[in-house]
Design a protein around this ligand. Structure first.
Ligand code: FAD
Ligand code: SF4
Length: 510
């Protein structure tokens, strides 16, 4: 018998049990194909990052004496889709059995299921051996509930996996340290410079340039900053735990001009393509905290562990529980297009300019920039969630639909009507100013609500609440805002709405 095993671009898990034995009757296949490069306009660094990591993974397998077929984007026999390439290989090389790992993306799940039905050889599906939870674990946990509360899922997983537990109780007695975290960076505080890699990806970029693949953003070909193999991913993790973890929680929500990564781990790409597992990331962070208890406070560690065993697993569970309906939810019925400057960074809004430009330069923005700057603006401006999804799915190196769409449509846009979040994440300039150093040097004035120089976030904020009163006023977490709104002088309200409408009409000029 001859087995063909498919490895998707986000399944680069060298610890997978598939690779424990060397079997000459098994051949692995990895492929660079147009269906994957073209389902969104991806950042050039995202396409390059995937190809580079896949190529390096294939070389590693070969070096370990596994049989590997690697299909490059410009190979003559490349039929540019999973099903066509696999059917072709089965035919040409007489495979008698086909296997693949559980895909994380709904689209690929359907394609591969259909493929298995259409081919005549036997097939098998195995787990990807990466996550703490199974696809439907969250769905079962919240069965019958309308809102899925992260906190309860997170606590259950901490218990189930014995992470930072003392018997049945959380270590230190407290589950949540959010109130100790989330500080603004002190003035003149210079964050640790990020560890970047100097990978040379000229060859891959050259191959991509020969195609008609449409990409966004920029790249420095001999200085590609992202990890492209397991070794570099482990180095990045090492750098994070030794240099950044001690301030992770404190400055998790902080923002500052030209500081693109602060104390964040930037481990999402490595984890999402499975070069490194969430278990080992958490274990290494916990170990560092144990080694340096005087330097790393527990709240810093807990803030980090919560993102991975909490939010990351949670989003995956929401995805598998709610797809495919999730992809078309639009609670506010928003219909607008994204302004042009989302692709150029050419806006006078300092916070938006910084978040967009760094996204174009690094294919990365940290969480609070994605949520409270670009996401906040898009929600206040009434942009269609499809437009917003396409932008987030394209621009970030870590963007794979299961974790992108749940964050974008769910957490950031409240387009799911409150499955992920209990209220929309919107804010005026005051929150942005509280958490960042953007407003001081902005063309707009954070303190003004109306007038030429008024910060657009201010009028758009009230306009958003006004427009959506019937959908939001009953929400107990928002009622207070409506009390403030109702008490405002009628003429002030009119001025605010007029200002917002003016900005929305001239959105490309902001
Ligand atoms: P850190 O701040 O160092 O956090 C550590 C890890 O925790 C991350 O690597 C990530 O794996 C996990 N994590 C943290 N927050 C979340 C979250 N909300 N959901 C899931 N995992 C989380 N994350 C992606 O991986 N891919 C995406 O496409 C993506 N799109 C997003 C879109 C929007 C609108 C928002 C608000 C968030 C999005 N996130 C996405 C979540 C989060 O912003 C990124 O995981 C994080 O910024 C990655 O950088 P980091 O590794 O430095 O994270
Ligand atoms: Fe952003 Fe408004 Fe502050 Fe300018 S004033 S940085 S637009 S919040």
């Amino acid at each position: 018998s001859k087995t063909l095993r498919l490895i998707l671009g986000d399944q680069l898990n060298s610890n997978h049990s598939w690779f424990k034995t060397i079997d000459d009757s098994v051949t692995y296949v990895l492929m660079e194909i147009r269906t994957e490069t073209d389902y969104a306009s991806h950042h050039i660094q995202k396409v390059v990052g995937f190809f580079a990591a896949m190529q390096s993974f294939a070389s590693e397998l070969e070096a370990n004496n596994h049989n590997v077929i690697y299909i490059y984007i410009n190979d003559e026999f490349n039929l540019q889709s999973f099903d066509k390439n696999i059917e072709n290989l089965i035919l040409k090389l007489n495979f008698t059995h086909f296997e693949y790992q559980l895909p994380d993306e709904y689209r690929l799940d359907v394609i591969l299921k259909n493929l298995c039905q259409s081919i005549s050889i036997s097939t098998a599906l195995v787990d990807s051996e990466h996550f703490f939870t199974t696809r439907y674990e969250l769905g079962n946990f919240f069965e019958g509930k309308k809102t899925f509360l992260l906190e309860s899922f997170y606590r259950a997983l901490r218990k189930k996996h014995g992470v930072l537990m003392e018997g049945d109780k959380p270590l230190t007695g407290q589950w949540n340290y959010d109130s100790d975290n989330r500080k603004k960076l002190p003035k003149n505080h210079k964050p640790t410079a990020p560890l970047v890699f100097n990978n040379n990806v000229a060859k891959i970029v050259h191959e991509i340039q020969k195609t008609t693949i449409n990409t966004i953003g920029s790249i420095v070909v001999n200085n590609f900053v992202w990890p492209i193999n397991r070794n570099q991913s482990l180095q990045l993790l090492e750098f994070f735990v030794t240099e950044c973890l001690h301030l992770f929680g404190s400055y998790q929500d902080a923002m500052a001009p030209n500081e693109w990564s602060l104390y964040h781990s930037r481990i999402s790409f490595s984890m999402n393509v499975k070069m490194i597992s969430p278990q080992e990331v958490i274990d290494r962070a916990i170990q560092e905290w144990q080694n340096r208890p005087d330097e790393i406070e527990f709240n810093q560690l807990e803030g980090f562990v919560r993102q991975i065993i909490g939010w990351r697993e949670y989003m995956r569970g929401v995805y598998w529980n709610k797809m495919p309906e999730y992809a078309s939810m639009n609670f506010f019925n928003h219909q607008e297009k994204l302004p042009d400057w989302f692709w150029t960074g050419k806006t006078k809004m300092n916070c938006m300019k910084d978040a967009i430009n760094q996204s174009l330069n690094y294919a990365y923005a940290h969480h609070i920039q994605r949520l409270m700057i670009t996401g906040n603006f898009a929600l206040l401006a009434g942009i269609h969630p499809d437009e917003i999804d396409a932008w987030y799915l394209g621009i970030y190196i870590d963007a794979i639909e299961w974790v992108e769409i749940t964050n974008t449509r769910g957490m950031s846009q409240f387009a799911d009507g409150g499955i992920v979040g209990t209220k929309p994440y919107v804010s005026s300039a005051s929150y942005i100013d509280k958490m960042s150093h953007y407003c001081g040097s902005c063309f707009y004035n954070k303190a003004l609500k109306t007038g030429d120089k008024s910060c657009p976030f201010n009028s758009l904020y009230w306009n958003f609440y006004d427009k959506n009163e019937n959908k939001l006023a009953k929400n107990p977490r928002i009622g207070m805002m409506y009390n403030v709104w109702r008490k405002m002088k009628p003429e002030s309200k009119v001025e605010l709405i007029e200002q917002a409408n003016y900005y929305l009409k001239n959105i490309n000029e902001l």
